[in-house]
Design a binder for this molecule. Structure first.
Ligand code: ATP
Ligand code: MG
Length: 460
C-alpha cells in the first residue's frame, strides 16, 4: 500500500463544508465533493470483495459507497481492518442481490455479505429518529432500535465521528464529505458529529469508540467532547454486557492496547468495564498498574509481530488484581489452589454483571490463574504433566509477566525456561536439583513431605 496522505495531499480549499439551517431549524448541508484526481483512495487498496459488492449494488440501480474505517484508514495510509458499505437499498433489497448474504442484528439491522472468511457489512442509509421512515426506539435519550432509514445526507449526520462519515462513491470514485471529516484528518483531531452529550446519551459505546480511535490514530480528542466523556462515563452502565464484551475486545486487541488503557483510565471509563480492578488501581496501583501496562505492551508487540493474542490471557491480566486480593484472604482457610478456584468463581460472577465473558474465554482464563500455583509444584512427574497442559504456555507467559513487575519469581521463571529447553536427562537433573527433591535415603523418604510455601501472594 502507498503511504499516508493526510499530511498535505488533501487540498485545504476542498475541505470546507457549508451548513445552513432552514427556518424550521433543520440542517441543510452542501457536501464537499472531492474528485478522484484529488484524493488518494484507490481501488487497488480496497478489498476485491468490497468492490464486488459496491459494483453489484450500483449496477442494480442503487447508490453504493464505501464508508467508515475503510475510507478513513486509506486516507491515512493505514490498512483498514474491514470494509463497510452504505447504500440506499433496504436490507431485503441487498439480500436479493447476493446469494451469500445474511441479515443480522435487531438493534441495528444490516446485511453481511460473506466471501469465505471476509464479511462485507452493508448498511442501509440511516436517519435521525425524528426523520426518515422505518423502526426506531428511544428511551431516555438512549437508542434501543436504530432502523430508521433515510438519505445519504441523513446517514452522514447520524454517524459517530466526522472522520468516519466520509463516503467513497463507486459511481465516479469521488469522496463525499458532509461533516468536515477531511479537515479533521488533516488536523489529526477527533470530533463527534453534533452535540457530544446528546450523542453519548443516544449510544454510550461512542465514548469507548472515541478512545479507541484516539489511541489507534494518535488523534487529539476535541475539548468539548473530552469533557463530555468525563461527565457521561457512567452511562456505560446502560449498555448491555454482551455489547461491552465485543467492545473490550476491539479496544485491546488491535495493537494500541497500552494507549487505550491509559486513555480509559484518564477519562474514567475503565471503571465501568472493570470496576474492582479500577478500585484496586486507585488504592494498590504500585503493583497492578505496571503489571497491566506491561501486559498491554506485550500484547501490542505480539500483534505487531503478527502473533496471536488470546482474549483469555488479556482478561486474566485485567482481573488478576481482584483474584490476587481474594486469594490473600482465602488462603488463610484453604489451600492456594482452592483459594484460586474460589476467587476465580467470585471474580467472574462479579465481572459478568458489567461485561459478558463467554465460557470459551473464562474457562482458559481460570486455568491460567490456577496454573500459577501449579507451576510452583515441581516434584516428581508434575513438571512433565504441566508441560503437556494446553494452557502451559499462557500460564508460563503470565508468570514471566508477574516476575517482570517485581514478584519474587526469578528462580521459578528461570527454572521453567531451562526445563523447556532441556532434553529428558536435563529435565530430570533440574527436578533432582530442586531443594528437598534430591534422592533421599529410605528413612528420610518416609518422613512427611514439606511443601515450600507458595510465593503466589508474597509481599508485593
Ligand atoms: P474499525 O472497523 O477500524 O474498527 P470503523 O470506523 O470502520 O472502525 P465500525 O464499527 O466498522 O468502525 O463501523 C463502521 C462505521 O459505522 C463507522 O465508521 C461509523 O461511521 C459507523 N458507526 C459505527 N458504530 C457507530 C455508533 N455507535 N454510532 C454511530 N455510528 C457508528
Ligand atoms: Mg469498519
Amino acid at each position: 500500500m502507498r503511504n499516508g496522505c493526510a499530511g498535505g495531499i488533501i487540498p485545504v480549499t476542498l475541505i470546507s463544508t457549508s451548513i445552513k439551517r432552514t427556518e424550521q431549524g433543520s440542517l441543510i448541508s452542501t457536501p464537499t465533493i472531492i474528485p478522484r484526481a484529488e484524493h488518494s483512495v484507490s481501488r487497488a487498496d480496497i478489498s476485491e470483495n468490497a468492490l464486488k459488492v459496491l459494483y453489484r449494488l450500483n449496477k442494480a440501480g442503487f447508490e453504493a459507497y464505501l464508508v467508515g474505517g475503510g475510507v478513513r484508514d486509506l486516507l491515512l495510509g493505514l490498512h483498514p481492518k474491514d470494509f463497510d458499505v452504505a447504500t440506499n437499498a433496504s436490507p431485503e433489497e441487498v439480500r436479493a442481490q447476493f446469494r451469500n448474504c445474511r441479515l443480522i442484528g435487531r438493534r441495528f439491522r444490516l446485511a453481511h455479505v460473506h466471501f469465505g472468511r471476509e464479511i462485507i457489512e452493508v448498511a442501509t442509509f440511516r436517519a435521525h429518529h425524528d426523520q426518515g421512515e422505518g423502526e426506531g426506539r428511544m428511551e431516555n435519550g438512549l437508542i434501543l432500535r436504530d432502523n430508521v432509514f433515510g438519505s445519504l445526507e441523513d446517514d452522514a449526520w447520524r454517524r459517530d465521528f466526522r472522520i468516519n462519515a466520509l463516503y467513497y462513491n463507486i459511481a465516479d470514485f469521488s469522496l463525499v464529505d458532509y461533516t468536515g471529516g477531511m479537515r479533521d484528518l488533516q488536523n489529526r483531531e477527533l470530533h463527534i458529529i453534533g452535540d457530544p452529550v446528546t450523542r453519548f446519551r443516544e449510544d454510550p459505546v461512542r465514548m469507548l469508540r472515541a478512545i479507541r480511535f484516539a489511541a489507534k490514530l494518535d488523534f487529539q480528542l476535541e475539548a468539548n467532547m473530552a469533557q463530555a466523556i468525563m461527565e457521561q462515563a457512567e452511562r456505560l452502565s446502560d449498555v448491555p454486557a454482551a455489547r461491552l464484551f465485543e467492545e473490550v475486545l476491539k479496544l485491546f486487541m488491535h495493537g494500541h492496547a497500552l494507549r487505550t488503557y491509559e486513555l480509559m483510565r484518564e477519562y474514567h471509563l475503565f471503571k465501568y468495564l472493570f470496576s474492582e480492578t479500577n478500585a484496586l488501581l486507585d488504592s494498590h496501583g504500585a503493583y497492578l498498574d505496571p503489571f497491566i501496562r506491561q501486559a498491554m505492551i506485550n500484547t501490542d508487540e505480539r500483534i505487531q509481530a503478527g502473533k496471536p493474542v488470546t482474549p483469555a490471557f488479556l482478561f486474566a491480566v485485567l482481573l488478576w488484581g481482584p483474584v490476587r486480593r481474594r486469594v490473600e484472604l482465602l488462603q488463610e482457610e484453604m489451600s492456594v489452589l482452592d483459594a484460586l478456584r474460589t476467587a476465580g468463581d467470585e471474580v467472574v460472577s462479579e465481572m459478568v454483571k458489567q461485561v459478558t465473558l463467554p465460557k470459551r474465554f473464562s474457562l482458559p482464563m481460570r486455568e491460567i490463574w490456577q496454573l500459577q500455583a501449579r507451576l510452583e509444584m515441581r516434584r516428581g512427574k508434575r513438571p512433565w504433566r504441566l508441560l503437556e497442559n494446553r494452557r502451559f504456555r499462557a500460564a508460563y507467559d503470565f508468570m514471566l509477566l508477574r516476575e517482570q513487575v517485581g514478584e519474587p519469581l526469578t528462580e521459578l521463571c528461570q527454572w521453567w525456561t531451562e526445563f523447556q529447553e532441556e532434553d529428558e536427562d536435563g529435565q530430570q537433573r533440574l527436578i533432582h536439583a530442586l531443594p528437598g527433591n534430591r534422592p533421599r535415603r529410605k528413612k528420610q523418604a518416609a518422613k512427611k513431605k514439606r511443601v515450600a510455601p507458595s510465593t503466589l501472594i508474597n509481599n508485593t
